[in-house]
Design a protein around this ligand. Structure first.
Ligand code: WT7
Length: 632
């Protein structure tokens, strides 16, 4: 594990945004907010929760029976009441909730809070008509269209547990998730559109429900009005027909704070996917609080999280968090590099996006194609930039900060996981930002970097990132596998172990290096794959890199690097030498790859994480294991 593992903390480089960013933000001074939390953790979450509406208050903020926590004990609520009714009954009634954009310019839909509430109620009534009841599981396998969000909220309205499956997954992954949750209803669409092509989702569902006896009904949103797909009435029902004649009102089901809200399978770069279970009350408070304080959402903001609701980022920061805050959200079915690599910049200008949340893999792609694309657009509406999913290496940070934010916008590089439900570490708005480092635990979270005995490691020494206290939006269990849940709290007694390696600097800023299973032991030294990758990417010729360990009789392992070059750069032996030399200077001789291969693409999960185990299996001629999450 993480001993002997040192990171050279190069000279600290900080960016400090203008003081006004902090002065005008919800979070204010980080230290003050964090100290207030530490002084009274339960009081801290109690007041966050009081900003929302509950049908019945809690007897106790939290009850901690290691490793199981209950939050807002005995309270009753419905998350959709807070996402919709609360705004629809206020001055926000006619405020835009969702702006949807399809692949072409003429495909646009806009829903106000009042309209969204009505749509959700009608669809919820439709689901009830199909016999869906509180506690039943409903699988949502849809493109990014307003109906996808309506379906999620309609389930939550009546207390059904949704399990959203990303529309890019294939038959076996979908089948696995339907069977895993014993879903009663599957909601899908005829097609999703990607890069100008229609991808038939319904056909995939037809194959995926074979050997899934729990499924009673399939609801189909028919988007292609000219050539409507056939509906087989013994099993299937049209999305709109389902709502014929139903009422526009649907009372929100009073949910216990601990009732499950949804199950979401993790993207799984390792092992088989796990059904992460989140609970209604704590998840609501965690996503509400973080969206408000980390993104600083105000009523005037135009908020865009580029993640598909099929991922946790889309759940927490594409749907629930922003709607809980009454924000105006852009959602799109677009691809960032289609029809040109300027799609996102074009949309930011057109919709006047102020808060933009995306992933490092996208940022590096934008870097590769060059700044002439964003430079054609007016991006001055932007005020806050966010990143999530992987380490945001300093070069990508720099590019995002200068080329997109023009040196004005704070970047919140947020570390969290499907399991944590909400953002956990970042550099809050207005605090000095250190490229390569996510920052510190947010107020509400107690985190540290420790060795395997649980002792905090000194600055510069690698260790495991742990969370030391329960938090409201933590997963409650793994569906049908509580034992696997308990393992998260087993590695370091008393702590939640994230399985990420990290290092702290002298100021307490945390750099997340990567998963602990992405560690290569070379001649007794532990080397993080992400460290070597970051070193390679810091070379001007390199766009992306992935490294793996190869067994070696002498050293235990050697490092092999797969490198994608920037447009216009030619592979060759000279460049290999340059890269080797560059890694030597950056990380030292121990981290030098013994092999470099230039490639055009890398195997990634559909959420953009490099699947190193697939590269490794290929390289060693082994079985790559479960590859259901692999992008085509
Ligand atoms: C893993 C969780 C939760 C959002 C999407 C991914 C990595 C996430 C960062 C970051 C470095 C990060 C970690 C984490 N990760 N954010 N800002 N810097 N690494 O959710 O699929 O559950 O993956 O993503 O390795 O454990 P997920």
């Amino acid at each position: 594990m993480a001993e002997n593992f040192n990171v050279r903390l190069n000279e600290a480089k900080y960016y400090t945004p203008e003081a006004s960013c902090r002065e005008q933000s919800w979070i204010g001074d980080y230290n003050r907010a964090y100290q207030a939390f530490l002084a009274d953790p339960d009081g801290f979450w109690d007041s966050a929760a009081r900003e929302l509406e509950w049908f019945q208050p809690w007897d106790q903020v939290r009850e901690w029976e290691y490793p199981h926590a209950r939050w807002f004990v005995n309270a009753k609520l419905n998350i959709t009441y807070n996402c919709l009714d609360r705004h629809a009954h206020s001055q926000r009634r006619n405020k835009v909730a969702l702006m949807w954009r399809g692949e072409t310019e003429d495909e646009e839909r806009i829903l106000t809070y009042r309209q969204l509430l009505q749509e959700v109620c009608r669809f919820a009534n439709g689901l009830s008509r199909l016999g869906v009841r509180k506690g039943d599981r409903v699988c949502i396998y849809m493109p990014v269209v307003p109906e996808q969000i309506v379906a999620m909220l309609a389930c939550a309205r009546i207390g059904a547990i949704h399990t959203v499956v990303f529309g890019g997954f294939g038959v076996s992954a979908l089948n696995q998730r339907i069977r895993g949750t014993a879903a009663k209803v599957v909601i899908t669409a005829d097609f999703t559109y990607r890069r100008g092509k229609a991808i038939p989702l319904k056909n995939i569902v037809e194959e995926a429900v074979v050997k899934a006896p729990s499924v009673e009904r399939i609801v189909i949103l028919r988007r292609d009005a000219e050539k409507p797909v056939e509906i087989h009435p013994e099993m299937e029902v049209d999305y709109h027909d389902l709502m014929n004649g139903v009422g526009r009102e649907c009372p929100p089901e009073p949910m216990d704070a601990e009732d499950p809200l949804f199950i979401l399978y993790t993207s799984g770069t390792t092992g088989s996917p796990k059904g992460i279970v989140h609970a209604c009350g704590g998840y609501m408070v965690g996503t509400y609080y973080t969206t408000k304080h980390i993104f600083d959402v105000k009523d005037s903001d135009i908020y865009w999280c580029t993640a598909d609701p099929g991922w946790i980022t889309g759940h927490s920061y594409g749907v629930y968090g922003p709607l809980l805050n009454g924000a105006t959200c852009l959602i799109t079915e677009t691809t960032p590099d289609y029809p040109t690599p300027a799609t996102n910049w074009d949309l930011i200008e057109e919709y006047g996006v102020t808060i933009f949340y995306t992933a490092p893999t996208a940022i590096r792609m934008f870097m590769r194609v060059g700044e002439e694309w964003p430079n054609r657009y007016n991006l001055s509406s932007l005020r806050i930039l966010g990143s999530v999913g992987e380490p945001l290496n300093p070069e990508a940070f720099e590019w995002f900060y200068q080329t997109i934010g023009k040196g004005r916008c704070p970047i919140v590089d947020t570390w969290w996981q499907t399991e944590t439900g909400m953002q956990m570490l970042t550099t809050t708005i207005g605090e000095p930002m250190r490229p390569g480092f996510v920052g510190k635990p947010i107020p509400g979270v107690v985190a540290d970097v420790v060795d395997k005995t649980g002792k905090p490691v000194p600055p510069g020494t690698g260790g495991l990132l742990v969370i030391k206290e329960p938090w409201p939006s933590m997963m409650r269990t793994i569906w049908n596998d509580d034992e696997r849940y308990c393992k998260y709290w087993d590695t370091i007694p008393g702590c939640y172990t994230a399985a990420d390696l990290a290092v702290k600097d002298e100021d307490g800023y945390i750099m997340v290096i990567g998963r602990s299973d992405d560690l290569i032991v070379v001649a007794g030294h532990n080397i993080g794959t992400a460290e070597v990758e970051s070193a390679l990417v810091s070379h001007e010729a390199v766009a992306e890199a992935a490294v793996i360990g190869k067994p070696d009789a002498l050293k235990g392992n050697t490092i092999k690097a797969f490198v994608i070059l920037r447009d216009g750069r030619q592979p060759g032996d000279k460049l290999k030498n340059d890269l080797t030399y560059h890694v030597r200077l950056t990380l030292g001789p121990i981290a030098i790859p013994s092999e470099i291969e230039f490639v055009r693409s890398l195997p990634k999960t559909r959420s953009g994480k490099i699947m190193r185990r697939v590269l490794k299996a290929q390289e060693l001629g082994m079985d790559p294991g479960d590859i259901s999450t692999l992008e085509e």
